[in-house]
Design a protein around this ligand. Structure first.
Ligand code: G3P
Ligand code: MG
Length: 272
């Protein structure tokens, strides 16, 4: 009993020490997904304008091996087309409307390529966090890791690159080719593999489902946590009060306002 209590106290102490007093980064999930058509240039610009510290987005390959920004493996939910991203060429994907589903005023919005997103960030002089999720857990998209490494080798960026994935092998492969980036393991409940990867220094950060975080709130691992998708005021407040490394949210403007109340004014990557 005494030993158990001592271990409990040590764990609690460790958790407190790890969370420290760092400022929690607000990372916009698929752009400002709650207020704009997800994963479009409009959504990313809205997130930057809202003062987000970072952008999270998802990359897949088209049939002609172009790196495109899309969450689902199919285009059906977010466009007026049907079928798998991997079965459509870039020209076919570009012919689709990716805004109308969200609201008529966004009709004619297009699916962006990765390069179009990077160029938008460069034009905005963005120096925050760019969290690119490799959507390789359903279709592995062979070669996507090599393409990403080659792209970022020829296109240096002034912002912090964080690659994440539910698929461990994608992270291990890309890290071998491009070690200068930061790596994060995504998980819903499979924390054992994620924690092992962190122990082996294959990833620096963990990006868990917020529901897993809340279910393990007294036993969280001693690493940088950026949970998703943190949308309610209660969840945001919990993460800000515990000074997590970051939150990934559909509502960056609301999160920035709430963080100001809880953690005070912040230095943004924005100059003015
Ligand atoms: O990266 C956080 C989050 O995007 C992971 O889930 O399905 O929204 O890509 P999903
Ligand atoms: Mg994602």
């Amino acid at each position: 009993m005494v030993l158990w209590y001592a271990k409990f106290k040590m764990k609690r102490k460790g958790v407190t020490a790890v969370f420290g007093r760092q400022r929690t980064q607000v990372i916009a999930h698929r752009g400002s997904k709650g207020t704009r058509p997800e994963n479009t240039l409009i959504a990313f610009q809205a997130a930057l304008d809202a003062g987000a510290d970072g952008i999270e987005t998802d990359v897949q390959l088209s049939r002609d091996h172009q790196m495109v920004i899309m969450h689902d493996e199919q285009v059906d939910r977010t466009t007026n087309g049907t079928g798998n991203v991997r079965d459509l060429t870039l020209a076919q994907l570009k012919a689709l409307d990716a805004g109308q589903h969200f609201a008529p005023e966004y009709a004619d919005t297009r699916i962006p390529t990765l390069d179009e997103v990077i160029q938008l960030l460069l034009r905005n002089q963005f120096t925050g966090i760019f969290n690119l999720e490799l959507k390789t857990n359903k279709f592995p998209y062979p070669g996507i890791e090599q393409q990403l490494a080659a792209y970022f080798q020829q296109q240096p960026v002034p912002f912090r690159l964080v690659f994440s994935s539910f698929r461990a092998q994608s992270l291990v492969t890309l890290r071998g080719l491009y070690p200068q980036a930061e790596y994060a393991k995504l998980f819903q409940t499979a924390s054992r593999q994620a924690k092992k990867m962190q122990r082996l220094h294959q990833v620096a950060d963990l990006h868990p489902d917020i529901r897993w975080v809340k279910a393990h709130r007294f036993w969280l691992p001693h690493v940088q946590l950026r949970p998703w998708t943190v949308n309610s005021s209660a969840d945001m407040t919990y993460c800000f009060k515990h000074h997590f490394a970051g939150i990934i949210t559909d509502y960056p403007a609301q999160a920035v306002r709430l963080r100001r109340q809880i953690q005070g004014e912040s230095d943004s990557w924005k100059k003015s």
